[in-house]
Design a protein around this ligand. Sequence first.
Ligand SMILES: Nc1ncnc2c1ncn2[C@@H]1O[C@H](COP(=O)(O)OP(=O)(O)OP(=O)(O)O)[C@@H](O)[C@H]1O
Ligand SMILES: [Mg+2]
Length: 271
Amino acid sequence: MTEILLEAGAIVKDFPLGRGKHLRAVDHVSFKLRRGEILGVVGESGSGKSTLARIVARLLPQTEGSVWFDKANLASYSGARFARAEARRDIQMVFQDPLASLNPRWPAAKIIADPIRRLGTPKERDKVKALVEEAAERAGLPLGLLNSFPHQLSGGQRARVDIARAIVLRPKLLILDEPTSALDASLQAHVIQTLMQLRADLDLTYIFVTHDLNLVRLISDRILVMQKGALVEEGPAASLFASPREAYTRELIAAIPQLGQRRVERAGREH
Ligand SMILES: Nc1ncnc2c1ncn2[C@@H]1O[C@H](COP(=O)(O)OP(=O)(O)OP(=O)(O)O)[C@@H](O)[C@H]1O
Ligand SMILES: [Mg+2]
């Protein structure tokens, strides 16, 4: 059996609402991720997908539960010890809205080099330029754009800057939180193609959070379905779509715009 790269055990996240009340954004979610796998995470808006993603990426502490990565319990690392932990560079996140997540005052090259500055070895810091150029090339960002600032780039180019930043230290796991939702369909397809190529070339494992069930069916090995913070169903992509067990999963699948239906709608508009 393929090796387990990451295991989340009964993760809970409560956000305080004041007056002793809280909102449970993630409610006892457990899952395993195998090395090399693409795990899709779907669910309606507010179901806790991004919160779970951020906890797994160690950008947010969980209230309860454990995250094991490559056999180490990440919850047991805290503060400075975690900052030095190997896992910190092995798990990287690609964000939904690069315009909000990229530093607007930095040119692309500095954004992509940032993880090297923070987490790289002295040897890596000595060859920042070469590493940045290699990552940009792999992410499909023309090298001529490395001196451009985020606002000077198109949405697709910004997504590629964020991807280059995420791969520059050669992580093992990429957590992609709706990485292409800001892009139109054809750009989205190109970026997905780049991500699939990268995964093959760099031996990556993906957690792919998305609203797009058509996309997740196409690219994922397994899918987690979340509702109101809880994991309601989990299974291999093919069987989950062919025979969903939960009513909620059936609803999500029924809501997918069908290709045929879209054609009919388009024809209707043209006449
Ligand atoms: N920092 C925060 N403080 C308080 N509540 C939060 C915080 N972040 C998220 N929440 C709440 O937690 C719940 C889950 O949010 P989350 O962003 O994880 O959902 P999501 O599934 O990613 O939604 P979307 O599909 O819209 O991105 C929501 O009710 C949200 O309002
Ligand atoms: Mg989200």
